[in-house]
Design a protein around this ligand. Structure first.
Ligand SMILES: Cc1cc2nc3c(=O)[nH]c(=O)nc-3n(C[C@H](O)[C@H](O)[C@H](O)COP(=O)(O)O)c2cc1C
Length: 214
């Protein structure tokens, strides 16, 4: 893991590898960010980058009983949330996808309205302007009309709105099954296809149901 405080030079990306930025903000669900990084750590064709907001550090400690440093150790490159000069703040730095998981309402709103005062919102804005994949695992419930307007605006701008809503068709036995399925599907959006949960209708997964008879 390279920690980008002094921002060391990062080797140019080959066309065979992907570069993905994971951002962890202060919504509930820090486990999603950690699991994504664990999955990417086992995927050599992806160079993982990580940025954690100040509130994200709070939820990591409250929900996972872990120091953020343990999660940072999973990433190939770590950037500081306050450093808007980091490589991922520029469109000329090749970044294939960015996943904000979990994504707070505050960060979603700042991205929607171009308030790019920290590295997470700036990097997300770059993804939108460069027409690259930006996936937002927005976590709040219930949602008021202002939240819904924000999410609609983000969807119009090209972001993938991906609330981490669990599915139950794979008959989860543990919370980790739910987290794995959500993280697998988040990475699908980023073009990284892993089989950490059973897939519907695929060999080795869950048999699809129904048929051509009523
Ligand atoms: C334990 C805890 C859980 C939180 N859960 C949520 C949540 O699910 N969704 C949300 O939008 N904000 C939640 N918040 C509030 C955010 O952390 C707060 O709005 C913060 O300013 C977000 O900053 P950030 O987007 O820069 O990380 C939570 C805060 C704490 C301490």
């Amino acid at each position: 893991m390279d920690k980008c405080g002094g921002e060391p030079q990062i080797a140019p990306m080959s066309n065979e590898r992907k570069r993905i930025l994971i951002a962890i903000t202060g919504a509930s669900g820090a486990v999603y960010g950690r699991r994504l990084l664990e999955m990417l750590a086992e995927t050599p064709e992806v160079e993982s980058h990580l940025v954690i907001s100040k509130a994200g550090r709070l939820t990591i400690s409250a929900e996972l009983d872990r120091d953020a440093a343990e999660i940072e150790a999973l990433a190939d490159v770590v950037h500081l949330a306050g450093n808007v000069g980091a490589p991922v703040s520029s469109g000329s730095f090749r970044l294939d996808a960015m996943i904000v998981a979990p994504c707070s309402v505050k960060t979603a709103s700042n991205i929607a309205y171009g308030n790019t005062g920290d590295l997470i919102t700036r990097a997300a804005d770059v993804m939108l302007k460069e027409r690259r994949t930006l996936v937002l695992a927005v976590r709040e419930t219930p949602l008021h009309a202002g939240h819904l307007e924000t999410l609609t605006k983000l969807a119009t701008l090209g972001a993938v709105i991906f609330p981490p809503v669990p599915a139950f068709y794979q008959k989860p036995q543990a919370i980790s099954d739910l987290v794995d399925q959500t993280c697998m599907r988040l990475l699908d959006q980023a073009g990284v296809h892993l089989d950490t949960a059973p897939r519907w209708g695929e060999a080795g997964g869950i048999a699809a149901i129904g048929g051509d008879k009523p």
